[in-house]
Design a protein around this ligand. Sequence first.
Ligand SMILES: [Zn+2]
Ligand SMILES: [Zn+2]
Length: 169
Amino acid sequence: MLKLALKQVDRADVRIRETVPTDDPMWDGVAVKLSAPVEVDLTASSVGEGVLVRGSLGTAVVQECRRCLKEVRSDVEVHVDLLFEPLTAEEEDETEGEVYPIPPRAAEVDLTGPVREQLLLHVPAYALCREDCRGLCPKCGVDRNDIACDCVSESAPSPWDALKKLKND
Ligand SMILES: [Zn+2]
Ligand SMILES: [Zn+2]
């Protein structure tokens, strides 16, 4: 799977190309709905004591439009730039961002966690089916992209409404 043998990286750059299916256990419990396998294309190179892993992750996700709740499919393309470094226990607490520890005397580095993390970080928080989606009417619930309802907008009733009512009566 997404494992990197450190000895191999010492000798030459290692390319990792994999297609991870949407039902792979590595996505278990993940809050986003993947609608395409995740294409992983990474190159690992040795830098000093550590390993630099760069490349891309590509997939597609299905989310609800935040206004009309329709399903929206969007492509996700993530560029990753990860540094793996041998760290002491002390340093490990301080690491932030995209530096991951290499456990002491490890023969390989597992990229599964970091790859999952990077992908999820870059999935947009919400989707819109289109920029000007009109959403659902808060009163009658119709999809205002399809049907124009006569509901009055949210604003407080104006004095003119009372006048209109008088006239109609
Ligand atoms: Zn919408
Ligand atoms: Zn309405």
